[in-house]
Design a protein around this ligand. Structure first.
Ligand SMILES: [Zn+2]
Length: 216
């Protein structure tokens, strides 16, 4: 169903990056395989930010149940695993919760004529903006509250990682270690091999560790 929808949307907007809602993917998957371990692995694969992590998860699924693995293999992977998402949108969402919330909000207005519907949507958006403005009256800093707390969590976690300078002239390239993993960070290009930074625009634990090492 989703696959058909994706090809239909692709025909209209060919240059746009499309994603599945993993929750819906899992709902369909769950009709055939109601296994807790498989469920956990499916979400692990979807949340993986590196291709290696994704492949490791898929291998585990294959060993547990080959049919379940074949079912997942047939979907376009760049539409459901973060590890293959485009880096352009700076959004790592794997579910369409935002659309669901919006849909639920306009439920009553949906059956109305188009102008009335649009008018109610406009009013809803206006009221939401006004409410958020009140909530943020005493908020300081450049970042929004959700992103601020997400970054704070990442910053705390970054203390467990050890950046090692690779010797480049710009003092920007580092290898960041924590047994048994290591990643490569380039703070000049805003890259990390874990891909979290490129996917979200928020520095990952490795980038934060490096930034603090160079006093930035
Ligand atoms: Zn990283």
């Amino acid at each position: 169903m989703q696959k058909g929808l994706i090809s239909a949307v692709k025909a209209v907007m060919p240059d746009v990056h499309h994603r599945f809602c993993v929750w819906h993917l899992w709902k369909n998957f769950n009709k055939n395989w109601k296994d807790l371990q498989l469920r956990g692995l499916l979400w692990e694969c979807a949340r993986a930010t590196t291709y290696q992590e994704f492949r490791d998860g898929m291998e585990k699924i294959k060993r547990l149940n080959e049919d379940a693995w074949a079912y997942l293999e047939k979907w376009p992977m760049n539409a459901w695993t973060r590890s293959l998402f485009s880096h352009k949108p700076k959004l790592d969402s794997i579910c369409n919760n935002a659309c669901e919330v919006f849909n639920a909000k306009i439920k009553d207005a949906r059956a109305k004529p188009i102008i009335t519907l649009l008018e109610e949507v406009r009013m809803f958006v206006m009221r939401t903006i006004a409410k958020n403005k009140v909530k943020l009256q005493n908020h300081t800093g450049k970042l929004t509250p959700v992103i601020k707390s997400r970054l704070e969590k990442v910053r705390k976690e970054s203390k467990h990682w050890k950046p090692i300078w690779t010797g480049d002239n710009g003092y920007e390239k580092f290898e960041v270690h924590r047994h048994p993993t290591n990643h490569v960070v380039d703070i000049g290009k805003r890259l990390c091999t874990c891909q979290f930074w490129m996917l979200t625009g928020i520095p990952c634990v490795h980038a934060c560790a490096t930034l603090s090492r160079v006093n930035k």
